[in-house]
Design a protein. Sequence first.
Length: 175
Amino acid sequence: MRKLKNNELGRITVDAFKTVKKTPIIVVLDNIRSLNNIGSVFRTSDAFLIEKIYLCGICAIPPNKEIHKTALGATASVAWEYVKDTLTLVEKLKAENTKVLAVEQAENSTKLDAFYPEKNQKYAIVMGNEVKGVQQEVVNAADFCLEISQLGTKHSLNISVTTGVVLWDLFQKMQ
């Protein structure tokens, strides 16, 4: 085996990314404080052709050198928008027929491996603050809560890791 060089990967350009058909998923970042986490979400969203990222509340926004460290240019490819209030955004998305999935440990949550997206349905996944998670009022407004099964001693995964797991899973199921 030989590692492939970057020019052998067949990646599309930023211009091509903007015109290619996107995966019908929106990522909503609810008060994410770490700029590295925000950058990582941009990079993961680029990998899976995610439609858009919404940065809400205390989230920093591009251009920002700390976000760029982990995004590695994905802030130029993935569409994004800042919205002050996450709940207002969630209500708007639901009014546009987007199903909202809060990724959170909650009563009656649906395990990620048991969730199957409906065909021709757009989804928004809401990722919560590193300490407090998704705001309760946003959980209340969501159509579903998705939860990743975990067996270890820790109570959660890092938000950028969680986003990667959820996006990969949904992307695979939507293909």
